[in-house]
Ligand binder design. Structure first.
Ligand code: COA
Length: 251
């Protein structure tokens, strides 16, 4: 009797997607298109979704069920698909503490230079371009069609929204959000936890924890100069790329 050969899908490493909202569906599409993983299900904090199917994929339970899910479905890999930068980073820490291997989801139509360095738990969506010598930290989203030009540093748990364009040698510090269609000129530093509004054109450094909008970008909210709300240097060292952490410890 012939021995059944395993299907190619069975040979792929299994993974779960944490978060089944809009971004979770995008990440599912990317992983299916990339074809490197067998996606076994979603995990979501909303317990009422357990057992439901989202885009054909079952919601297996909540983050509190991760150890059970890991055993029951023999799955050791995961990715966090949550848009909020802080929540995404916290869940990545939680998964890592449970010994899940955090994977990256890179759409086949994204174009990455050969010397780009990548952390983990990263999503790079369809049509994104990442040029030479860029460094992309953990839990970053480079969304649909964004452009990240040469030697740009993207800190941990940041989100570069669809169609945003970052020129060369830009630094995006940890937790920052670059809105849809924003443009950042070369060598500018976007401070940690700051927000760049949709369509803004940023021509000067953005203060940490501030919000800028418009052309050229102007500040509309400033929290970055309030020491009581600023993250500690230890936080920054945990969240940022080494280069950024060095900058953060400067007086
Ligand atoms: C920047 C942003 C976060 C501001 O939100 P907010 O703090 O709630 O600010 P408000 O909506 O109260 O607006 C404050 C002022 O800024 C203006 N403003 C807000 N966003 C702006 C933008 N993107 N461009 C220009 N002006 C903007 C408002 O018109 C308002 O002006 P006014 O005081 O003269 O009336 C938001 O408007 C934005 O652009 N978000 C990005 C969304 C995005 O990229 N989504 C993609 C997800 S993948």
């Amino acid at each position: 009797m012939p021995v059944a050969t395993p299907s190619p899908a069975a040979a792929k490493p299994r993974c779960v997607i944490l978060g089944c909202g809009g971004h979770g569906r995008v990440v599912l599409d990317i992983l299916v298109n990339a074809g490197a993983h067998d996606v076994v299900g979603f995990v979501d904090s909303d317990r009422s979704l357990a057992g439901r199917r989202i885009d054909g994929l079952r919601v297996l339970g909540s983050p509190d069920d991760l150890l059970r899910i890991r055993q029951e479905f023999d799955v050791a890999r995961a990715i966090v698909a949550i848009g909020d930068n802080g929540v995404r980073r916290d869940f990545a820490d939680r998964l890592a503490a449970l010994d899940f291997e955090l994977i990256n989801a890179i759409h086949p139509s994204a174009n990455l230079a050969r010397n780009v360095s990548l952390g983990r738990n990263i999503v790079i969506a369809a049509g994104a371009l990442v040029c030479a010598h860029c460094q992309i930290g953990d839990s970053v989203i480079l969304n649909t069609g964004c452009i990240v030009d040469h030697e740009t540093l993207i800190g941990t748990a940041t989100h570069v929204c669809p169609g945003a364009r970052l020129a060369g040698r830009v630094t995006v510090e940890s937790g920052a959000f670059v809105g849809i269609g924003a443009t950042i000129i070369q060598s500018v530093r976007i401070g940690y936890e700051s927000i760049v509004g949709a369509g803004a054109v940023v021509i000067a450094d953005v203060a940490p924890m501030s919000t800028v909008v418009g052309v050229p970008a102007r500040e509309i909210h400033t929290f970055g100069r309030t020491p009581a709300t600023a993250p500690s240097v230890a936080d920054l060292q945990r969240w940022m790329l080494p280069e950024l952490a060095a900058g953060a410890s400067r007086p």
